[in-house]
Design a protein around this ligand. Structure first.
Ligand code: GAP
Length: 455
């Protein structure tokens, strides 16, 4: 069995069709098609009220675990536009291409590396069997122009990969922060690619967000740090998913390595799309700093303060996608549970990690026409809001309110009832088990914070 094949297990939870996630995202305000009222733009999306909360949680958790908890890692936030020479030095102007073929009969377009090998060999369309055109190269960089005067305008590019800013700022960061090798620089930022075949919702977009670590090392320590970050990133993804068996490594063959990589492993996750890349761990060696030294004329070598050895640092890169994480987490978390009583009470639940769920707690007064219950519920909600995203909901019966929260992945619901008025306790219901406990109001805040905050 090769690494990309999967042997189905009995009783395995079925893989979730992407359409279910698209529909939930639109219905509940996670993600909307961009410019929808004008018919939309392929491969570009906007995030709605719940989407932006979840996205911020994902970003913050990454930043916390990569930057804040590592003494030898710092962060930057670079611009989306850089000097055009950057993309010549990086190799993207020359090499960042998709090779495409069109079907002469049905006019469909395919990336040649996405076609089954037999179709490439036989030059045959996988859909209608028609003849394919000669392969053609398309550069993925998105062009833009700086300046307003015709003739004086400078052609440049929206960044095709976010990490380039890190190499550009490497020297400034190293000197201003007095970092010594080995050390890393992190960034979360947008990247733009003229993907010829965008699709599968957030999986392949034209505007998307990447998170990168570039870790600078002495060549003799490259293997050690490559192994360290490879394992660290794998464990990071394992810690936030339910289906641990759907995550694995795949090593790139020599014929598929990116132009800058000497060695690469993808962390892949299995969905209805099959095993697909979630994050890449790349052995970039001295490619980036050497090229930028050469193209800019600035010496980007490093002098070891102790040995005085002068060298171009080698780089371990871990590069993943915020949007792909968002999509994979929803696919991993989504479950439709039929009502065991056979009544009209099925539930859709998102088993999102409490750290990443967009809403942490819902505060629900059992009755909305009982003044003391309502005022107690509102005061609990107002207090919790200072520490976490809390929703107050008094519409419809309690069962329906639970279902609404389950569908958006809210890990805890707090119900205020008549007993609350007598003994100052509330009911806390946990999303996945649906179990309930009774807790004094005075302990509620700490109980929730313990469970919804990463550590
Ligand atoms: N600096 C290295 C680099 O950019 P990449 O494999 O092209 O490597 C890294 O991209 C990550 O960015 C991928 O693992 C994926 O999560 C995300 N990504 C790449 N292209 C994407 C696209 N068109 N839409 C959404 N996410 C994308």
């Amino acid at each position: 069995m090769t690494q990309t094949e999967h042997k189905p297990e009995v009783n395995e939870t079925p893989l979730v069709p992407i359409e279910k996630i698209v529909s939930l995202c639109k219905r509940r305000g996670f993600v909307f098609p961009n410019s929808e009222i004008y018919g939309g733009v392929a491969g570009i999306y906007d995030f709605g009220p719940l989407g932006v909360e979840m996205r911020n949680n994902i970003r913050r958790y990454w930043w916390w675990s990569m930057v804040q908890t590592h003494d030898n890692v710092v962060g930057i936030e670079g611009a989306n536009i850089t000097h055009p020479r950057v993309w010549e030095a990086s190799g993207h102007v020359e090499n960042f291409v998709d090779i495409l073929v069109d079907c002469k009969k049905c006019k469909r377009r395919f990336r040649i590396d996405h076609l089954p090998p037999e179709n490439v060999e036989q030059n045959k369309c996988p859909v209608c069997g028609g003849e394919l055109t000669e392969p053609r190269k398309f550069n993925l960089l998105m062009e833009t122009y700086l300046g307003v005067v015709e003739g004086d305008r400078m052609k440049t590019y929206l960044r095709g990969e976010a990490c380039q800013n890190i190499y550009l700022d490497y020297d400034n960061v190293q000197k201003s922060s007095r970092m010594q090798i080995p050390f890393g620089i992190c960034q979360i930022g947008k990247a733009y690619r003229n993907e010829v075949t965008p699709g599968n919702f957030l999986f392949r977009q034209r505007e998307f967000e990447q998170w990168d670590l570039q870790f600078f090392v002495h060549p003799s320590e490259m293997q050690k740090w490559f192994d360290y970050w490879k394992e660290y990133r794998f464990n990071w993804y394992q810690s936030i998913i339910n289906h641990k068996d759907r995550l694995h490594f795949r090593e790139h063959g020599s014929d598929e390595l990116a132009h800058y990589a000497r060695q690469a492993f993808d962390i892949e996750y299995r969905t209805v799309l099959g095993w697909q890349e979630w994050e890449g761990i790349h052995w970039r060696q001295d490619w980036d700093l050497s090229r930028h030294s050469q193209y800019s004329g600035q010496d980007l070598s490093y002098t070891d303060p102790l040995t005085k050895e002068r060298y171009i640092p080698w780089i371990v890169e871990t590069s993943g996608g915020v949007d792909r994480t968002f999509l994979n987490l929803l696919l991993d978390a989504y479950e439709e549970q039929p009502d065991p009583m056979g009544k009209d009470n099925d539930r859709t639940v998102l088993h999102l990690h409490p750290w990443l769920a967009p809403v942490k707690v819902a505060v629900l007064p059992l009755q909305k026409n009982k003044e003391e219950i309502v005022s107690t519920a509102k005061s609990i909600h107002k207090n919790l809001q200072r520490f976490m995203v809390s929703q107050y909901d008094d519409i419809q019966n309690i069962g329906r309110r639970y279902r609404r929260q389950d569908e958006i992945g809210t890990p805890y619901c707090v119900t205020i009832d008549f007993q609350t008025l007598e003994d100052q306790t509330v009911t806390v219901r946990e999303r996945d088990s649906m179990s309930q406990i009774r807790l004094p109001i005075a302990e509620l805040q700490m109980y929730l914070l313990e469970r919804v905050t990463w550590k």
